[in-house]
Ligand binder design. Sequence first.
Ligand code: G3P
Ligand code: CA
Length: 291
Amino acid sequence: MSVRTVTVSTTVAALLGGSGLLLAASQTQAAGTHDAPVVFAHRGASAYAPENTLAAVDAADDLGIDWVENDVQRTRDGVLVVMHDTNLKRTTDVEELFPERAPWAVKDFTAAEIARLDAGSWFGAQFAGARVPTLEQYLHQVERNHQGLLLEIKSPETYPGIEKDTLQVLQNEGWLNRHHVKHKLIIQSFGAESVKAVHAQRPDVVTGFLGTPAVADLPSYAAFTDQINPSHGTLSADYVAAVQELKGAHGKPLQVNTWTVNDAATAAKVAGFGVDGIITNNPDVVRDATG
Ligand code: G3P
Ligand code: CA
């Protein structure tokens, strides 16, 4: 955790006298209102290491980045793995190892099969042998680095019940204890029903909706989410203000974390809009442009 975030969190905790519920959302809100936007390393520091691998988690940590974002899906035998695309082609050697298994969908492979794949060579020879992590392995690495996790439930319509499965793994690994829920975990999805399901099953967990709902619809989202997380291309200062003037599911101002901002000029622009967080492949670039 960076000195800056520690300072902000400590200040807010002191103001609350330790008696209030200090959610991760309020932690990032504090950084957003008093300081630079919180920086989330998108799929890890994915400009520098293969996305969604443990190497990308460590690359973010090496840069001093406190939060990583990932994408969670489910294997044929029910294991949660960290992978962005719903097929394994782009970021692994699956076509070589399993040439007969087109279209190589994540959901059609067992965890043992996926564990054999090389998820690093496509990015660079120095990452040869990097694996597709299970969510469990991923959580261990993030924990080891004392980072926070912005966990995206990817393609929830493909994986009925994945919200319950995700919460179960988080529970098993200690990520639903008070400390993690307050300071270390946000669950987001493009699927409103998925975010609603997480909120219904674990109302204490901070949630985010990925997208840009119409301003008139924002109050209905605020009933089940703490964050509206839009693509930066859809953003304006007025939209950010419209979100932030509402209260989210935990009674705190609704937040905005925007994606995927990879250059300094755009980072400065969205910071000027007042966003609470920026999700980026180049977390060092965004931090330096907004800090
Ligand atoms: O966290 C925001 C971002 O990850 C959403 O888009 O396609 O990269 O998962 P995508
Ligand atoms: Ca994502």
